[in-house]
Design a protein around this ligand. Structure first.
Ligand code: GTP
Length: 597
């Protein structure tokens, strides 16, 4: 295709502002796919994504559209993941296109996530076309939102498009704006092949499917290509585009976006951001900025029923096939037996994987407290990456610890600002900025990731009645006074409950944890001491008193059905318990104990 007739773009939006609906409309409008093939929200392919209303895997679609000048244009839409955990993937997809539609719900306005993504688009030098969506709704305030876009983001919104992705209003104007206002890609068809690996996923029939953007040169079926990050060479057996159904073609040229397959077995062998070139006539320079994505949050996953360990292994292997950023290794815990220590890009990623293991593979799991990766600097100058508090080396050999910090951006209506500042302060935050955008404040905090991975987002939502929006990025490691806190139940340490805490908060944290555990652990026939300890020093203690009577005793008279029900309920509850020495601890305790209310 002639470069001048190609436009590549992505859609940037906050969750629920209508990205998927708009994408569907653009596709529908151009009859790219027959109406009967249109499933609702076609770009969000996976069920779990749809249920949670998030987009995890980048997807793409090629739209052919005849513009006002009578020429046919090829419009390539790359769908980017909508969540902060996938910031690196977003930044790569952004580099693969020249422009973005910035979709803002005109009944709501700019949110923190919109900001984060639009900054990525600006970083990638995108031309940005603002789209005010949902103008069919009575609550729509296009003027206010237009002004807000200019104030908060600092881009010209005077020519923002007024759109209803629901009714179809403004869709033709949007397509025309893509052609008129976004730049055509540049590239040299005669230069050696240089293609960016934008995304990849596993397909059980075709093996790994690789989404590429051609920068220079041409890619043909049958070519032998080299992945520059690891030097592997593959024979290309298919190339094509998504309309959205996969459609094979013979060649992809500069500016084009499409897929290749090359009998690649594992997604791990294909890394987002990598440069693909020809084995014979390679490009001399790889694309800049490639970095393999690194897990930042780790936790242990153990089967409730030890007999399910092998099933869990199989399930984890299957999930890893399609997710290069999810890591796992076998872990043994004195308390929990065999399981896996798994690494994730963030908390949402963790939840998605855990949910899939439980739902798709039907495995009951105990999830240990999520932990970030600490840098342990030893006295001998060595640096260890600590993925699991239980592995904390002996303190006499440790010089100091560093923890990862993030820059968090929070947008919040004025009336809740005080609560948000207090929350951030409680989580050891350092305020970096505070500005106003209309009736809302934008606060920027430097926070330890450790204080955020757990329940920060839930707390933020609850103190602001759901009105705050939040986004973050990693800013690096910093030294702090961190210690390992152990929990002892009935005088036995439960390694899966160990956490890293700041020394100044240890007592407070320890007290909160033992109080929580006291509520979470059911009474037994004997007294159970529950303690939190730093090194050998107990910082908090509670005692769970012994059970006095038979639980069924409160069922007066001979009400046999009630009695039976109660026993059944107990039995069902049992399944979710694990035995620690003489004490049974419910599965839910491992997460709940850490929530700070
Ligand atoms: P994620 O995939 O979670 O990022 O969300 P999204 O931004 O793709 O939002 P989605 O397209 O799923 O739309 C969110 C909700 O808004 C859905 O219930 C849509 O039906 C609705 N919606 C989208 N566009 C419009 C519109 O123009 N008008 C009205 N009234 N509703 C809309």
């Amino acid at each position: 295709t002639d470069l001048a007739r190609i436009r590549n773009f992505s859609i940037v939006a906050h969750i629920d502002h209508g990205k998927s609906t708009l994408a569907d409309r653009l596709i529908q409008e151009t009859n790219t796919v027959a109406l009967r093939d249109m499933k609702e929200q076609m770009l969000d392919a996976m069920d779990i994504e749809r249920e949670r209303g998030i987009t995890i895997k980048a997807n793409t679609v090629r739209i052919d559209w005849t513009a006002a000048d009578g020429h046919e244009y090829v419009l390539n839409l790359i769908d980017t993941p909508g969540h902060v955990d996938f910031a690196y993937e977003v930044s790569r997809s952004m580099r693969a296109v020249e422009g973005s539609l910035l979709v803002v719900d005109s009944t709501q306005g700019v949110e923190a996530q919109t900001l984060a993504n639009v900054y990525q688009a600006i970083d990638a030098d995108h031309e940005i076309v603002p789209v005010l969506n949902k103008i069919d709704l009575p609550a729509s305030e296009p003027d206010r939102v237009r002004e807000q876009i200019e104030d908060v983001i600092g881009i010209d919104a005077s020519e923002a498009l007024l759109v209803s992705a629901k009714t179809g209003q403004g869709i033709t104007a949007t397509l025309q704006a893509i052609v008129d206002r976004l730049p055509a890609p540049k590239g040299d068809i005669d230069a050696p092949l240089k293609a960016m690996l934008v995304d990849s996923w596993y397909d059980s029939y075709l093996g790994v499917i690789v989404l590429v953007r051609i920068i220079d040169g041409r890619l043909r079926k049958g070519d032998r290509v080299k992945f520059m990050s690891n030097g592997t060479v593959h024979h290309v057996d298919r190339i094509g585009v998504f309309r959205p159904p996969m459609t094979e073609i013979d060649e992809l040229g500069p500016g084009e976006i499409g897929f290749l397959t090359a009998s690649i077995k594992q997604v791990r062998d294909t890394r987002v951001g990598d440069t693909i070139t020809h084995e014979k006539r390679p490009t001399d320079r790889a694309l800049p900025g490639f970095k393999p994505s690194q897990p930042v949050v780790f936790c242990g996953l153990f089967p409730v029923d030890a007999a399910e360990f092998e099933d869990l292994r199989d399930a984890i292997e299957k999930l890893s096939l399609n997710d290069a950023s999810f890591s796992s290794e076998v872990e043994t815990s004195a308390a929990l037996g065999f399981g896996f220590r798994c690494g994730f890009l963030g908390l949402l990623h963790l939840e998605v994987i855990r949910d899939r293991l439980e739902r798709e593979y039907d495995i009951d799991l105990i999830t240990t407290a999520p932990s970030v990766v600490y840098h342990v600097h030893m006295r001998d100058g060595e640096m260890l990456e600590l993925h699991n508090p239980a592995d904390m080396p002996d303190l006499t050999h440790v010089d100091h610890l560093e923890e990862p910090r993030i820059k968090a951006t929070i947008l919040v209506p004025d009336e809740y600002l005080g609560d948000v500042l207090k929350l951030c302060q409680d989580r050891r935050g350092i305020q970096m900025d505070l500005t106003y955008a209309g009736p809302r404040a934008m606060v920027v905090y430097d926070l330890p990731l450790n204080e955020v991975v757990f329940d920060f987002y839930d707390r933020l939502k609850s103190v602001t009645k759901g009105y705050a929006s939040f986004d973050y990025q990693m800013i690096g490691y910093r030294e702090d006074a961190l210690v390992k806190m152990s929990i002892l139940v009935n005088d036995e340490p439960v390694d899966a409950l160990s956490t890293m805490v700041h020394r100044d908060r240890a007592e407070q944290r320890g007290r909160a944890m033992v109080e929580k555990l006291k509520e979470l652990i059911p009474r037994h026939m004997f007294k159970i001491p529950i303690q939190a300890a730093i090194g050998g020093r107990v910082v908090a203690r509670e005692t769970l008193s012994a059970m006095r009577k038979d639980v069924t005793a409160k069922c007066y008279g001979g009400d046999a059905t009630r009695k039976k029900k109660l026993l059944e309920k107990q039995k069902a509850g049992k399944k979710k318990m694990r035995q620690f020495g003489k004490v049974e601890i419910p599965q839910s305790a491992f997460i709940s104990a850490l929530k700070m209310d």
